[in-house]
Design a binder for this molecule. Structure first.
Ligand SMILES: C[S@@+](CC[C@H](N)C(=O)[O-])C[C@H]1O[C@@H](n2cnc3c(N)ncnc32)[C@H](O)[C@@H]1O
Length: 437
C-alpha cells in the first residue's frame, strides 16, 4: 500500500496537527521570495502534509496547479519524484527555476551581460510586447532569448519551453536561471497600469510612471538573488526527480504524465475571478519571445476565468449543494446576477467537477491527496466550495472529508489599488480536504 486510506488518515493525529496552508512573511523568503505569487500555499504545510501521509520513497506526487512550485521544492528536499502542471507558462518556468540547482554561474552571467546571439533579429514576441516595452528592452530581451535558444537542442517535437521544463537532468539549468531572471525583471520595466479590477490593465501614458529604461540591470540583479538562493539548495541536487508540464488540467491523463500518481497535493484556483494570466502579463510578454504565448487562449482555459466562454447548463451530477447555490445566484435580484455572474460560477463548477474526475483517473489504486480550497461569498450567499467538492467526489466514487476550516482574509490588493476597500476586506474560509481513491 502506497498511502494510508481515508479512514486511517482521518484518525491520524499528525494530519490533525497540520500547520496553516496560508503563507506568512517567513514563507516568502529564499526561492519563494523572487516574485509575488498570488495564492501560494506554504512549504511547511506541504512538507507536513507529505510526512503525515506515510508515503514510500518512490511515491509519485502530483501538483496539477503547481503555481509558484511550492510542492516541487518540498519534494526536491525530500527526494520524492514529483510532477507539476500549470496552464500558465510563466508559473511553469518559475517552478522549474526553483529546482535549477546545477546552473553554471559564469554561463548565466555571460548570457545576461553580453548576450551574443546570431539570431536575435529572428526572436519574435507577441504583438502586445511591442506596445508594453521600450525598444531597448525588447532589443536586450531578444538578444538574451536568442542566445538561450541557440544553446538548447530541441527534444523531438517538443518546443523550447517543454524541452527545458522536462529536462530532468538539469542540462539547461543555466538557461532557465537566465530566462527566469529576465522574465521577473520584466515586471519593473513594463509600461502597464493596473486598475481596480484584476482583469483590467492598460498601457501607461508617457510620463505616467517611472519606466525603467533598461531591463538588463534588473535581470542581472535578479539572477544574483536566484543563484544565491539556489546555492543554498544545492545539497538536494543529486536526488532531484521533477517534471513540469505546461498544460491545462483538462489534458491531465496518465499518458501525459507517463506515470500513475500516488499522492496529489494542490490548491485549485479560487472563486475570486482572479486572472492569473493578466497578473503575469509583463512576464508572459517577454516569455513570448522564447515560446509562443496565447494570452487570450490561456485566460479562457483558466479555471475561474472571468470571461464567459461556455454557457452550457449546470449538471445534476455536480450535487445538490452546488445546484442549489447556482439557482440562488441565478435568481438573485442584484445587478447582472442572472446574466453574467451566474455563468462565471457555472463555468467554475464545471471545471472543478472535470478536474476531480481527472484526479480519479490519474491516481493509482489506494492513492490519496489533499486539496486546499477557498470558500467564498456571492453577495449574501455563502458558497461552500469544499462541501461541493466532497459531494462531487462522492458522485465519482472517491472518498473525501474536510479536515479543517480556517478563516482567512483574502488579499487581492496586489492586483489593483481600487479593490482595497471592497474584496480586500472580505472574510473567506479556507478548507483542507483529504481524499483517497
Ligand atoms: C492557487 S494557484 C496555485 C498556487 C500553488 N499552490 C503555489 O504554492 O504557488 C492556482 C494555479 O492554477 C493555475 N491554473 C488555472 N487554471 C488552470 C488549468 N485549467 N489548468 C492548469 N492550471 C491552471 C493558475 O495558473 C495558478 O498558477
Amino acid at each position: 500500500m502506497r498511502a494510508k486510506q481515508l479512514s486511517l488518515l482521518a484518525e491520524d493525529s499528525q494530519l490533525g496537527l497540520l500547520p496553516t496552508a496560508k503563507t506568512k512573511a517567513k514563507d516568502k523568503l529564499g526561492v519563494h521570495g523572487w516574485t509575488k505569487f498570488y495564492a501560494s500555499f506554504s512549504e511547511e504545510f506541504v512538507n507536513k502534509s507529505i510526512d503525515a501521509m506515510g508515503l514510500q520513497d518512490d511515491s509519485v506526487i502530483l501538483d496539477p496547479f503547481v503555481g509558484s512550485g511550492t510542492t516541487l521544492v518540498s519534494c526536491l528536499k525530500k527526494g520524492l519524484p514529483a510532477v507539476g502542471i500549470d496552464l500558465d507558462p510563466f508559473a511553469c518556468l518559475l517552478s522549474r527555476c526553483k529546482v535549477a540547482l546545477d546552473f553554471d554561474r559564469d554561463k548565466v552571467q555571460k548570457i545576461l551581460k553580453s548576450p551574443a546571439s546570431v539570431y536575435s533579429d529572428e526572436v519574435d514576441f507577441c504583438d502586445e510586447t511591442y506596445r508594453f516595452f521600450s525598444e531597448s528592452c525588447i532589443d536586450y530581451a531578444a538578444k538574451v532569448i536568442g542566445s538561450i535558444k541557440e544553446s538548447i537542442k530541441l527534444n523531438g517535437s517538443k518546443n523550447y519551453l517543454d524541452t527545458i521544463l522536462q529536462d530532468e537532468k538539469g542540462e539547461y539549468d543555466s538557461e532557465v536561471v537566465a530566462l527566469t531572471s529576465l522574465c521577473i525583471a520584466a515586471e519593473s520595466s513594463a509600461k502597464v497600469v493596473r486598475g481596480s479590477n484584476p482583469t483590467w490593465y492598460r498601457k501607461a501614458k508617457d510620463g505616467e510612471m517611472d519606466v525603467v529604461s533598461s531591463i538588463m540591470g534588473p535581470a542581472q540583479t535578479m539572477s544574483e538573488v536566484i543563484m544565491s538562493d539556489l546555492s543554498d539548495l544545492h545539497i538536494y541536487a543529486s536526488r532531484r526527480n521533477i517534471k513540469i508540464f505546461n498544460a491545462s488540467v483538462e489534458d491531465l491523463t496518465t499518458e501525459l504524465l507517463g506515470i500513475r500518481v500516488n499522492f496529489i497535493i494542490t490548491s485549485p484556483p479560487y472563486l475570486t475571478r482572479l486572472d492569473y494570466i493578466i497578473k503575469h502579463l509583463p512576464n508572459l510578454l517577454v516569455l513570448s519571445g522564447f515560446v509562443p504565448v496565447d494570452i487570450e487562449g490561456a485566460r479562457r482555459r483558466m479555471i475561474g476565468t472571468p470571461k464567459i466562454v461556455n454557457k452550457s447548463p449546470s449538471e445534476e451530477r455536480w450535487g445538490e449543494t452546488c445546484n442549489h447555490i447556482l439557482e440562488s445566484i441565478r435568481s438573485h435580484g442584484s445587478y447582472a446576477s442572472g446574466s453574467y455572474y451566474i455563468w462565471t460560477y457555472v463555468q467554475y463548477f464545471r471545471s472543478l467537477f472535470f478536474f476531480l474526475e481527472r484526479v480519479k483517473f490519474v491516481l493509482s489504486q489506494e492513492a490519496s491527496g489533499i486539496l486546499v480550497l477557498q470558500n467564498n461569498t456571492y453577495k449574501d450567499l455563502f458558497i461552500p466550495v469544499s462541501d461541493i467538492a466532497v459531494e462531487m467526489f462522492a458522485y465519482l466514487g472517491v472518498d473525501s472529508k474536510i479536515l479543517r476550516r480556517e478563516s482567512v482574509r483574502i488579499n487581492i490588493n496586489n492586483l489593483g489599488k481600487g479593490r482595497k476597500g471592497k474584496e480586500g476586506k472580505k472574510e473567506h474560509t479556507e478548507d483542507v480536504l483529504i481524499f483517497s481513491n
